[in-house]
Ligand binder design. Structure first.
Ligand code: GDP
Length: 596
């Protein structure tokens, strides 16, 4: 049976191409937003880091009504698929809107999500946005989109997709460029006519696959998913099938059921085929679980949640950092915060280590973990992290396998040579090279995850902050051999009250200290050496030959043992040379300044 009064679509767009503005426009036209102020409340991109890094991390839902049809609009995560979320989200919809800036054209970061959508045979509506921009070049951008679709092996039907033009900011969309601008109607009509209504079997018994989990301190876990078959009602017995272990079945009751309405959730008593619902009252609900009829317990097949590929140790600082107000956190704070994250992030793993102050956190690539670290630091948590380590696996024949990532790079042409060289040193293989807008060169690499560790900061330095780097996990592959970093001149060493630290300095990863087992490095020691705090960050660092003194502050440490700069030879004694990464121009400059 078709559910004709519902359409489920996902929006795929590069950051800043106008997704939020477009959704605001659709909401406004459907009468949900009247007050201007509310319109400006950008809900879709609430995570500040997403914007800064040019990625969308979490998916959010919105619903609008048009001519009696409920249109659920689901935001897709950007290229960064930390745990198979893209696929789960796309499984809830029957079509996607590919939103593309009329000047910039399609960006490589959207490729990953688009590919998944094409693979799932979803209908595609292409919407060229920002046609009001003076430099807009809609005709060329359409060619670029078609080229991209062909590259991604779109079917003939997918290539024959509708193209719309829009100025989300101007509040209108057009079927043809020469049409008179009016409102968003062409988008609504195209969704209604081109995106198939969801289908399911009303007599089969309830089946709802939980695609994402929301977490709220007051109500706990909220499962979000689409009703595939049957219907779901509140206060009725229902079976929760565990995704990891289908034998594990639990009889539960849905205490509250919601559908999306505008930017909010509206409570409903029941929901039928094709409805996207939010469910609370089931404390153990997890991503991938199926809610189903007790008389017909059948799980919906579901792509395995991806395993972590990289790990870091998170450690509490047992004394405040130099020059900062002491923001103590205890190991319990840290643990609680990390465990809370597990409620919504299925691809994250948190494990205890032998030391209570230290937790091993594993995730999907360095970016995944660094987003978490940044979020926590913004919340005021202070802690140290170790260098990321790759999680290896073995195949049946015992061969060592390592995680591989795809790195998309956009750089001004003059830097492309350096970037290719650096990534090749890190075992990256160039897969493609093309022209991008604004004189940029676009590069695509396949590279071991370990080759990307610590690379982001160097990349920003070598491209003078103008490069864009996006990475996404690809697969496990046979180990590519050791990476030989250029080591010469890459050391800076200090001796302080409690330990000897060495490392590369970069303006990136501010405040990140890597420390040796059970010991700490005081930021003060380092800053004391270099003078200018903004310049100095300990990027790669490990300590050896530690003294036993423990000082409660950097000042005290400095008094006990005044820091001194070691010669390269002296420093080498303290250094585990395998740990070193390559030199960046910045670190060389700083080193020179110190050694002079
Ligand atoms: P998102 O990151 O995809 O959600 O993008 P936003 O909706 O936040 O838009 C990014 C920027 O582009 C904002 O400054 C918008 O005002 C601007 N913008 C969005 N749509 C249009 C448009 O149709 N024309 C122009 N000129 N600017 C737009």
């Amino acid at each position: 049976t078709k559910r004709n009064d519902v359409r489920n679509v996902a929006i795929i767009a590069h950051v800043d191409h106008g997704k939020t503005t477009l959704v605001d426009g659709l909401l406004r036209q459907s009468g949900i937003f009247r007050a201007n102020q509310e319109v400006q409340d950008r809900v879709m991109d609430s995570n500040a880091i997403e914007r800064e890094r040019g990625i969308t991390i979490l998916s959010k839902n919105t619903a609008v009504n048009y001519k009696g049809t409920k249109i659920n609009i689901i935001d897709t995560p950007g290229h960064a698929d930390f745990g198979g979320e893209v696929e789960r989200v796309l499984k809830m919809v029957n079509g996607v809107i590919l939103l593309v800036d009329a000047f910039e054209g399609p960006m490589p970061q959207t490729k990953f999500v688009l590919q998944k959508a094409l693979d799932l045979d979803l209908k595609v509506i292409v919407c060229i946005n920002k046609i009001d921009r003076p430099e807009a070049r809609p005709a060329e951008v359409i060619d670029e989109v078609l080229e991209l679709l062909m590259d991604l092996n779109a079917s003939d039907e997918q290539l024959d997709c509708p193209f719309l033009y829009a100025s989300a900011k101007g509040g209108f969309a057009l079927d043809n460029l020469e049409d008179e601008p009016k409102d968003m109607t062409p988008i609504f009509e195209t969704i209604l006519n081109y995106i198939p209504a969801p289908e399911g079997d009303p007599d089969k018994g309830t089946q709802v696959l939980i695609s994402t989990i929301d977490y709220n301190e007051y109500v706990g876990r909220i499962g979000v998913g689409k009703v595939d078959n049957g219907k779901i009602k509140i206060n009725e017995d229902i079976l929760l099938l565990n995704h990891h272990d289908p034998q594990k079945q639990e009889r539960v009751k849905v205490s509250k059921l919601y559908e999306f309405e505008g930017l909010n959730k509206a409570e409903v008593q029941e929901a039928g085929i094709g409805s996207i619902v939010a469910i609370s009252g089931i404390p153990d609900i997890r991503i991938g679980d199926t809610l189903c009829d007790p008389s017909n317990p059948e799980a919906i097949p579901f792509q395995k949640i991806s395993e972590p590929t990289i790990s870091m140790n998170f450690m509490v600082n047992d004394s405040p950092m130099a020059g900062q107000e002491g923001k103590y956190i205890t190991s319990r704070h840290l643990r609680d915060r990390l465990y809370r994250e597990l409620n919504t992030d299925v691809s994250l793993r948190v494990e205890d280590t032998k030391t209570p102050e230290c937790l091993k956190v594993s995730g999907r690539g360095e970016l995944h973990l660094s987003v978490l670290i940044e979020n926590m630091r913004r919340e005021g948590y202070e802690f140290a992290v170790s260098k990321a380590e790759v999680l290896y696996k073995a195949d049946e024949r015992g061969r060592k396998l390592e995680p591989m990532e795809i790195a998309y790079v956009d750089v001004p042409e003059e830097f492309s040579g350096t970037v290719i060289q650096r990534l090749s040193e890190r075992k990256g293989e160039l897969q493609g090279m093309s022209q991008a807008s604004g004189g940029n060169t676009r590069l695509e690499f396949e590279i071991p995850s370990r080759g990307l560790i610590g690379f982001r900061g160097d990349f920003m330095t070598m491209t003078k902050g103008q490069g864009i780097l996006n990475t996404t996990f690809d697969d496990y592959a046979p180990y590519k051999g050791d990476i030989k970093y250029r080591k010469q001149g890459s050391l800076i060493a200090f001796e302080g009250g409690t330990s000897v630290a060495y490392g590369l300095f970069s303006a990136q990863d501010r405040g990140t200290l890597f420390i040796g087992p059970g010991e700490k490095v005081y930021a003060g020691m380092v800053i004391g050496q270099c003078g200018k705090a903004e310049d100095v960050e300990l990027n790669v660092c490990k300590t050896k030959h530690l003294t036993n003194t423990r000082s409660s502050s950097a000042d005290e440490a400095l008094k006990l043992t005044p820091p001194r700069v070691l010669s390269l030879e002296q420093a080498l004694e303290f250094i585990d040379t395998d740990e070193l990464l390559e030199v960046t121009p910045k670190s060389l400059r700083i080193r020179k300044r110190i050694l002079d």
